[in-house]
Design a binder for this molecule. Structure first.
Ligand code: AP5
Length: 218
């Protein structure tokens, strides 16, 4: 089974939802760049304050900052046996930097890239209805994946909130940024023979089954 996994797909495709499930199933840490930025913002670190400006505009945080943050995270011992990256890489320089980091750390190379595709109109509906858990970033949807009790996380009981970048305007820009800066990575990983195409416009469990079956062939 693959060890160094990169989740690819547009904002709202379900990367985070699937990554949490896969991380448990495969016993590899789920490393989400967006979550690390939001945690830093919550703690009001310099990194968080710097990233906030870009996140709220739906733009990407500069590569040098993001690459340094991920390098530090995947250097930790919990990533020794593999990692499930969600939201990184997002640009060609980030993908090249990831290859270098994995090689420097003797962790091999990216060996599977599930790429979840979903039509744009579905993405907007998913993101504007998303509710996220304050404590650990668990993700729900008011219609498609509602919590048992409104406004409360099923897993840790913390408050559910709407991300500031989940407005229609910012989501539209995030999708535009994805098409321009991140979609080219599909070719990058396809040429290396590690891309696994996954249809995201089906139930959460069906998407999970499709990813698991694709990974079992790697
Ligand atoms: P980030 O947090 O990574 O956001 P994103 O990529 O835009 O992805 P999302 O978290 O919005 O969506 P997702 O695909 O994880 O979907 P989810 O599972 O939540 O990044 C935020 C910002 O941080 C960026 O805009 C940028 O500014 C910055 N950033 C982060 N990484 C960076 C990087 N590498 N470089 C530079 N800047 C970076 O699902 C969405 C909703 O749909 C949920 O409500 C869920 O319940 C529901 N849902 C999921 N699956 C299904 C399904 N199958 N059917 C129905 N509903 C579903």
């Amino acid at each position: 089974m693959a060890k160094q996994i990169v989740m690819l797909g547009p904002p709202g495709a379900g990367k985070g939802t699937q990554a949490k499930m896969l991380s448990e199933k495969l016993s590899v840490p789920h490393v989400s760049s967006g979550y690390i930025f939001r945690e830093n913002l919550r703690e009001q670190t310099e990194l968080g304050k710097h990233a906030d400006v870009y996140i709220n505009r739906g733009e990407l945080v500069p590569d040098d900052v993001t690459i340094a943050m991920i390098r530090e995270r995947i250097s930790r011992p919990d990533c020794d046996e593999g990692v499930l990256l969600d939201g990184f890489p997002r640009t060609a320089p980030q993908a090249e930097a990831l290859d270098e980091m994995l090689s420097d750390l003797n962790k091999g190379q990216v060996d599977a890239v599930p790429c979840i595709t979903v039509p744009d109109e579905v993405l907007i509906e998913r993101l504007t209805g998303r509710r996220t858990c304050r404590a650990q970033g668990h993700v729900f949807h008011i219609a498609f994946n509602p919590p048992k009790e409104a406004g409360k996380c099923d897993y840790d009981g913390s408050e559910l909130y709407q991300r500031e970048d989940d407005t229609v305007e910012t989501v539209t820009n995030r999708i535009r940024v994805y098409l321009k800066q991140t979609q080219p990575l599909i070719d990058y990983y396809q040429q290396r023979g590690v891309l696994l195409e996954v249809a995201g416009d089906q139930s959460i469990d069906a998407v999970f089954d499709e990813i698991m079956s694709a990974l079992s062939g790697v």
